[in-house]
Write a protein that binds this ligand. Structure first.
Ligand SMILES: Cc1cc2nc3c(=O)[nH]c(=O)nc-3n(C[C@H](O)[C@H](O)[C@H](O)COP(=O)(O)OP(=O)(O)OC[C@H]3O[C@@H](n4cnc5c(N)ncnc54)[C@H](O)[C@@H]3O)c2cc1C
Length: 422
């Protein structure tokens, strides 16, 4: 057993990206994943977007209003259960505290800087290792049905991201020229924004490619390895206890997504991360004509529709229900409603597809919208977690920052906003 190897807990987007970045810096890594396969939790069937253009946290006043307005509707995008509300109480207070206009703008800028960096690194590894994951670099398109909202979105983008967020504002005709599959709903649209720098892809396929790259570089990944405990000795990491063995380690990285606070509890470290459950529906579109090529974002409530080869995925919604693993029909109805609103010609063909994949995942949502990256107050215990609704967008950059910190070299972007012990 190599005591110098770095143990990474969690084999999702963040754990795999972290393993890769550490291997590139000459470290030995062991990824421990409790499921039978990597990338089967939040990183499995997300909306598939790498969107520096959407770097805002979810606590803007309009988002909060949108979330609350969904309560009680027949096909509703969100829910909270009375049983779990108390567990969100302190997190929610901090969430609201961070929603002032000044904090919101500062946090958005910090997310954007990491997202841009991350996207460049994603492109770099894709080109270097020559792998594919149903990616497209044509950007994403946000649709608007109301000119006031469009103006607000343009102003926000200019104010927060400036010229480094390449946007093109489109009128109705230009939206249809760019995405002809929207032709049937053109009447309801007043325009759109084309975010040219965004990308899309399949996060699960990306993880699988990354897994192969890690193994080729000599990294080890063990599945079916549930970490029960992290043992400390005089406020330093000593070992991790799995359901099968005790593994000595001087350096451990927590990349356990929404479960990170659970693992950290006994070490005395508290981080404000809560699970926010989201859903996706993936339909087979083989043989259907006029399918879209761009991913579209519905401006009103964080719904995205992403096309892949012979598939279409509609994703979004938010449940504040802890780790409840039941499929709620209202969320499924809501996603279907949105697909029908945007692409009625596709929905009418796929709606009876019994093979459609219904999926949910728990977004590891931090109270301020920023991930936790770096060494905790326990020596040798590092965090890379809390990436919320933007885990893929931020994965490669977050891993790079942490790996630089672990090996003691200067990070390429300012890492202060994401400090683990903030
Ligand atoms: C509906 C939906 C749509 C989304 N769309 C997008 C999008 O378009 N773009 C984007 O950037 N982000 C998106 N996200 C967010 C993104 O998917 C997540 O932020 C990201 O997957 C988090 O990755 P992770 O590695 O931190 O967590 P996970 O993928 O959840 O991985 C954590 C891993 O840790 C393992 N683990 C936990 N506890 C233990 C333990 N005790 N021992 C061993 N292993 C353990 C788990 O089994 C899991 O595999 C979306 C999320 C959802 C739910």
């Amino acid at each position: 057993m190599d005591k110098d190897q770095i143990i990474i807990i969690g084999g999702g987007l963040i754990g795999l990206a972290t393993a890769n970045a550490l291997l590139d810096r000459g470290e030995n890594v062991l990824v421990l994943e409790r499921n039978a396969e990597t990338a089967t939790a939040a990183s499995f069937a997300n909306a598939g977007m790498l969107t520096p253009s959407q770097s805002t946290p979810w606590n803007s006043p309009s988002d909060i209003a949108n979330i609350l307005s969904g309560i009680g509707r027949k096909a509703s995008p969100m829910s909270a259960s009375f049983r779990t509300i108390p567990s969100y109480f302190f997190w929610a207070l901090r969430f609201m505290f961070n929603s002032t206009p000044t904090r919101f703008e500062r946090i958005s800028k910090d997310i954007f800087s990491l997202a841009k960096y991350s996207k460049d690194l994603t492109e770099k590894i894709r080109n270097l290792e020559e792998f594919t994951y149903d990616e497209s670099t044509d950007g994403t398109l946000k649709l608007f049905r109301d000119s006031e909202r469009l103006e607000k979105s343009i102003a926000l983008s200019n104010r927060i991201y400036g010229e480094s967020n390449v946007i093109e504002v489109l009128n109705q005709k230009e939206v249809i020229e760019l995405e002809p599959a929207l032709n049937k709903v053109r009447k309801g649209l007043i325009g759109g924004i084309h975010y040219k720098d965004d990308e899309i892809g399949d996060a699960y396929k990306f993880c699988k490619a990354l897994e192969g790259i890690i193994r080729n570089k000599g990294g080890r990944i063990l599945v079916n390895s549930n970490i029960k405990k992290i043992l400390l000795n005089k406020r330093k990491v000593n070992s991790v206890v799995t359901d099968r063995a005790v593994l000595q380690a001087k350096r451990v990285v927590i990349c356990a997504g929404s479960w990170s606070p659970v693992l950290l509890k006994e070490t005395g470290i508290r981080i404000p991360i809560m699970p926010v459950k989201g859903y996706s529906l993936t339909y087979n579109t083989a043989g259907i004509r006029n399918t879209p090529k761009l991913s579209v974002i519905d401006e009103s409530i964080h719904i995205a529709i992403t096309p892949y080869i012979d598939r279409i995925r509609v994703a979004g919604t938010a449940e504040f229900v802890g780790f409840n693993d039941e499929v709620h029909p209202k969320r499924v109805d809501y996603l279907n409603l949105k697909l029908n609103e945007v692409y009625p010609h596709i929905f009418s063909k796929v709606k009876d597809d019994e093979e459609a994949e219904i999926w949910f995942g728990f977004r590891p949502m931090s109270a301020d919208g920023l991930p936790f990256i770096g060494e905790s107050k326990v020596k040798g215990l590092y965090l890379n977690t809390g990436h919320g609704h933007l885990g893929w967008t931020l994965a490669m950059g977050s891993a790079d920052i942490l790996a630089d910190q672990i090996v003691g070299i200067e990070t390429q972007i300012d890492s202060k906003p994401y400090q683990a012990n903030r």
